[in-house]
Design a binder for this molecule. Structure first.
Ligand SMILES: [Zn+2]
Length: 419
């Protein structure tokens, strides 16, 4: 019915005229509290997202994670089933551009300015609520970019594949991790709707290795400490030894395209406890702590883990009677693609056109789901979306203008990038 469309209706104009509809959609999906952990309301929200994509003419798969697999990976959360939604719009193009966003949100605490984190309020151009910034805002921008293209009868240069996924806030194993392995994706390029925002485009992120270190001592009566091996004291010595390792890491760098210098880091933390039987008048027999090692894009995650484990074992050997066990909690790849890639050049031009400001290419110190597309699927991947303020915090919010701009940028990219 192209002849009945208002003349010169561009996707941008459509988005300017439908901002109220866009914000109402975001409010609706925020009210469906998809808090993870444990993973609430995944069923209801994925039904809504699947039907939204169907209404846009997409072939849609709403895929439940097989119960047996969930039993293996999340045995305690079987009453919270996991789903991913994958949509495909065959425009007849040769190549396919993929948009990815996670729909889970982190738990809420603290006093929100407007009462509830799940009753999103708009004030002075900002919407407040859990998931506005991270990252139901991006879901909204993706949906409305596609709607704007269709309503203005503009044909994208690509087939479009969309994934709305679970569990990014825990470890992505049953979300983007699962779909990039088993989802039969057809993507040639991917844009993850977070990592970059405003005038910053994310072309990579750090990886991570999470380790648990347990120290094995020997219990004894608190009145005769010399008869035991104090695991807490051994742990303290080991933690002090790690400061030498920190200095070693600080000398390594990765220079991001925007000139920022990134260094590998370790954060020592976790839950410290003396284990069972820990008591004021007992020599602690065990102690444990965790290490969060951030891995630069020019480092290898496996090598970083081996190096750190070796360091810990050597350091423990130098401490009398210090026996330790090091175990991996989880890891994630880093990723990086040079901003000279045509996908970057095209997105940069789209951001500049819509936002009228120069862009920068950044590398994120935190990680997101980009690495699954970049490393597992081995396709060019960038991070860009509406972003926001106070991610994971109280009064998380997104600027309405950024939601609209991101939708315009996605639509612009789809009609200008040649692939
Ligand atoms: Zn996120």
């Amino acid at each position: 019915m192209a002849s009945q469309l208002p003349r010169n209706l561009t996707p941008s104009l459509y988005l300017d005229r439908h901002t109220a509809e866009l914000t109402a959609f975001l409010q609706k999906i925020i009210r469906l509290r998809t808090v993870n952990p444990p993973g609430e309301n995944y069923g209801a929200l994925t039904l809504l997202l699947a039907s939204t994509l169907k209404n846009l003419g997409f072939e849609v798969r709403r895929i439940p994670i097989p119960r047996a697999l969930q039993k293996k990976t999340l045995p305690d959360l079987l009453s919270y089933p996991r789903y991913n939604v994958i949509g495909f719009w065959n425009t007849g193009a040769k190549k396919t551009l993929h948009f990815n966003a996670h729909y889970d949100v982190v738990p809420v605490s603290g006093n929100w300015r407007y009462g509830s984190a799940f009753n999103p309020i708009i004030e002075r151009g900002w919407m407040y609520g859990r998931g506005t910034a991270d990252m139901k805002g991006a879901i909204t921008s993706i949906v409305f970019a596609l709607q704007a293209l269709q309503q203005s009868a503009v044909r994208p240069n690509f087939n479009i594949e969309v994934s709305f996924v679970a569990d990014e806030e825990t470890d992505s194993a049953l979300g983007t991790g699962w779909i990039t392995q088993y989802g039969k994706l057809r993507a040639d390029y991917a844009v993850v709707g977070e990592g970059g925002e405003g005038n910053a485009i994310c072309c990579g992120h750090n990886g991570v290795v999470w380790l648990n270190v347990q120290i094995h001592g020997k219990a004894a009566h608190g009145s005769l400490p010399a008869k035991g091996i104090n695991a807490l004291e051994k742990m303290s010595a080991l933690v002090l030894a790690l400061s030498g390792y920190k200095r070693q890491l600080a000398r390594r760098t990765f220079r991001a395209p925007n000139g920022e210098r990134l260094h590998p880091t370790i954060n020592i933390g976790g839950v410290f406890s003396a284990g069972e039987g820990g008591k004021i008048n007992t020599v602690p027999a065990t102690a444990s702590f965790t290490i969060d090692r951030r891995v630069l894009p020019n480092e290898n995650v496996g090598a970083a883990e081996r190096e750190l484990t070796t360091f810990l074992k050597m350091a423990a050997k130098k401490i009398p009677q210090c026996r330790i066990t090091v175990s991996k909690i989880s890891d994630n790849f880093s990723c990086y693609r040079s901003p000279t890639h045509p996908l970057f050049i095209a997105l940069q031009a789209s951001v500049t056109r819509i936002r009228r400001q120069p862009t920068q290419a950044m590398v994120s110190t935190g990680f997101n789901d980009m690495h699954f597309f970049a490393q597992v699927k081995n396709i060019p991947t960038l991070g860009y979306g509406p972003g926001g303020v106070d991610y994971h915090g109280v009064n998380e919010r997104v600027r309405i203008k950024d939601l609209v701009d991101s939708a315009k940028i996605y639509a612009d990219l789809l009609t200008t990038f040649q692939g």
